[in-house]
Ligand binder design. Structure first.
Ligand code: HEC
Ligand code: HEC
Length: 295
C-alpha cells in the first residue's frame, strides 16, 4: 500500500468509528417488564409524576391514545403517538428494551431517533427502576385503536439529525444549580428535573433548542413565566403548594393552557411529594450551594 492509500484507509476507519459512535444504539440490555401489582402501582404513580397523559391523552379520550398536535419551534407540527397497548396503532408488544431506549435515550429499537418533542432529555435522568415501573404500568393500559397520522414537518428536518443534536445537548446543556444533600430537596429536584419536566417549558433554550440548564426555570419570553428563586420570591410555600394542588396563583388567578394540564398531574401526587416540590422550588439557592460544596 502506498502512503496515500494508507492515509485514506485510516481516514475512512476514523469516519466509520465516528458514525458508529454517533448512531449506535446505547446498550440497555433487555430488562424484563414486571407484572406484579406493586410494580404496576408504582408505575401508575410515575405516570402521574411524569405528566405523560398531558401530551398523550387527548381531551375526552379514554386513555393515552394520542392524536394531539404539538407545534414545533422549528416549524411544522408533531402528532403525539398512541401509547396504549393496541398492537396495530399503539405500542402493544413493547419490551423492556424498547422502553429503556425510548424514555432514557430517545431512541427506537430499530436504530431510529425520536424528536425531542418527546421530553426524553428530561426523562433520561429518571432511574432505571422508575422507567421499568413506568413500563410495567403502561403495558397494562387497555388498548385503544387510534391510527395517528405522522408528523407534519418541513422537508429539511430528518429525525437522524437528532443524533448530532443529542450529542450537542450533552455538551451544551450545562448543569443545573447544585441542591443541598437533604432527602426532601433531592426528591423535589428529582421530581421537577427528571419527571415533571418543568424545565421543558420554563427553562430558556439556545438557538438549537437545547435547554440551558444553568439558567434553570428562568422563564421563556411569551411562553412560560420565570419560576426560579427570583420569579417566586414573593410566593410563600403555601402559595406554591396551592398552585400544585389547585392551579391557583397568589393573586387568585388560575393558570391556564398547558400549565393547567400540568396541574392535573401534580394534584394527583402524594402530599409528601407536593411538599418536596415546594421545598425544592422555594429553597434558598445560596444556602443550598454552600451546603453542597461544604461536603
Ligand atoms: C410534551 C409532550 C409529551 C410528554 C409529556 C410525554 N410524551 Fe411521549 N411522546 C411525545 C411525542 C411528541 C412523541 C413522538 C416523538 C417522535 O415521534 O419522534 C412521544 C413518543 C412516545 C413513545 C414512543 C411511541 C412510539 O410509537 O414509538 C412512548 C412509549 C412515549 N412517548 C411514552 C411516554 C411516557 C411514558 C411519558 C411520561 C413519562 C411521555 N411519553 C410523556 C410527547 C410527549
Ligand atoms: C407544557 C409547558 C409547561 C410545563 C411542562 C410546566 N409549565 Fe408551569 N407554566 C406554563 C405556562 C404557559 C404558564 C403560564 C400559565 C398562565 O399564566 O395561565 C405556567 C405557569 C406556572 C407558574 C405560575 C407562575 C406565575 O408567576 O404566575 C408556576 C409556579 C409554574 N408554572 C410551575 C411549574 C412547575 C412546578 C412545573 C413542573 C411540575 C411546570 N410549571 C411545568 C407552562 C408549563
Amino acid at each position: 500500500m502506498n502512503k496515500k492509500t494508507t492515509t485514506l484507509l485510516i481516514a475512512a476507519i476514523a469516519v466509520l468509528a465516528i458514525l458508529y459512535w454517533v448512531f449506535a444504539l446505547p446498550s440497555v440490555g433487555n430488562p424484563e417488564i414486571a407484572t406484579d401489582a406493586a410494580s404496576i402501582e408504582r408505575g401508575a404513580y410515575m405516570y402521574q409524576a411524569g405528566g405523560c397523559g398531558a401530551c398523550h391523552q387527548d381531551e375526552g379520550a379514554e386513555g393515552p391514545s394520542g392524536g394531539m398536535l404539538l407545534e414545533s419551534p422549528f416549524g411544522g407540527t408533531f402528532t403525539v403517538p398512541n401509547i396504549t397497548s393496541d398492537v396495530e396503532t399503539g405500542i402493544g408488544g413493547w419490551t423492556g428494551r424498547d422502553f429503556m431506549l425510548a424514555l432514557k435515550h430517545g431512541r427506537k429499537s430499530n436504530g431510529g431517533f425520536y424528536w425531542p418533542a418527546f421530553p426524553y432529555r428530561t426523562y433520561k435522568d429518571m432511574t432505571d427502576q422508575d422507567a421499568l415501573d413506568l413500563a410495567a404500568y403502561v403495558v397494562t393500559i387497555p388498548a385503544i385503536s387510534n391510527e395517528v397520522p405522522g408528523h407534519d414537518l418541513p422537508g429539511w428536518q430528518f429525525s437522524w439529525m437528532m443524533a448530532g443534536w443529542s450529542i450537542m445537548a450533552d455538551f451544551l446543556e450545562g448543569t443545573p444549580p447544585a441542591v443541598a444533600d437533604d432527602p426532601q430537596l433531592q426528591r423535589g429536584a428529582y421530581l421537577a428535573r427528571a419527571l415533571g419536566h418543568c424545565g421543558e417549558c420554563h427553562t430558556p433554550r439556545n438557538v438549537f433548542g437545547i435547554m440551558k440548564r444553568g439558567e434553570e426555570f428562568a422563564g421563556v419570553d411569551m411562553e412560560a413565566p420565570e419560576i426560579d428563586a427570583a420569579g417566586l420570591s414573593s410566593w410563600s410555600e403555601e402559595d406554591f403548594l396551592a398552585l400544585l394542588q389547585l392551579g391557583m396563583t397568589p393573586s387568585f388567578d388560575f393558570v391556564g393552557g398547558h400549565m393547567a394540564k400540568v396541574i392535573e398531574h401534580t394534584n394527583q401526587l402524594t402530599e409528601e411529594d407536593q411538599l418536596a416540590y415546594t421545598a425544592f422550588f422555594k429553597r434558598d439557592l445560596g444556602e443550598g450551594a454552600t451546603q453542597n460544596s461544604a461536603e
